[in-house]
Write a protein that binds this ligand. Structure first.
Ligand code: ADP
Ligand code: 5GP
Length: 201
């Protein structure tokens, strides 16, 4: 019986500052069968962000060309900036049996669910919106105005989130990462994902 499992596409959304990148990187840490899809964005890098690590930072013109030539699996505008997922990286990794995490907002997540109905949809939230404000202030990378915009966008996202499969509350990031790994494990054990094993036994 073959023991190779197919990789899963895992979409993680949630308000900016909820801790998505912290938790996703903890979940992936040390796992060679899991990877993160680095997005392209027209947003300017924050201090400490490195091109090709957090994002590929590109200008609007280049972004629009990528949309025209269908190089993006999904894309959206978020608080005035473009964000998108390069298609080829994701397809190549999934074909090779790796699981791929996308950290994307709700409009993009909806596009992924339409194009890839097998994708696992996770909504990651902070314990409260007050705590979210504190995390954004502590991160210190946004102006007061941007923080306000991101908090009001968070309320809109909560109202649009009913198509997700799971909610993970990021109080303790180690527990949140363990929950993310547990979701992935359970999804890989689905009857539909493994029924070929019955025929191959
Ligand atoms: P996102 O990717 O959702 O925008 P980040 O991972 O950048 O969020 O986290 C936002 C800030 O909150 C960072 O400074 C991070 O270190 C901090 N943080 C993440 N998870 C927690 C947590 N469970 N408790 C307290 N602070 C956290
Ligand atoms: P930030 O500017 O804080 O890094 O990200 C802002 C928002 O954009 C977050 O909600 C993040 O999940 C989302 N985002 C990051 N990359 C992508 C992407 O490729 N596509 C979409 N649709 N959203 C993204």
């Amino acid at each position: 019986m073959g023991n190779t499992e197919k990789g899963k596409l895992i979409v993680v959304s949630g308000p900016s500052g909820a801790g998505k990148s912290t938790v996703v990187f903890k979940a992936i840490n040390g796992r060679e069968d899991m990877c993160f899809s680095t997005s392209v964005t027209s947003r300017k890098p924050r201090p400490g962000e490195i091109d090709g690590r957090e994002y590929f930072f590109i200008d609007r013109e280049r972004f629009e060309k990528m949309v025209e030539s269908d190089e993006l699996l999904e894309h959206a505008v978020y608080v005035g900036n473009y964000y998108g997922t390069p298609r080829k990286f994701v397809e190549d990794k999934l074909d090779a049996g790796n699981s791929v995490f996308l950290d994307i907002e709700v409009q993009g997540a909806r596009q992924v669910k339409e194009k890839k109905p097998d994708a696992v949809m996770v909504f990651l939230i902070p314990p409260t919106l007050d705590e979210l404000r504190k995390r954004l202030e502590k991160r210190g990378t946004e102006s007061e105005e941007t923080i306000c915009n991101r908090l009001s966008r968070a309320r809109e996202e909560y109202a649009e989130a009913d198509f997700y499969d799971y909610i993970v509350v990021n109080d303790d990031p180690d527990i949140a990462a363990a929950e993310l790994n547990a979701i992935l494990l359970a999804e890989k054990c689905r009857f539909s994902a493994r029924k070929h094993m019955l025929a191959e036994a």
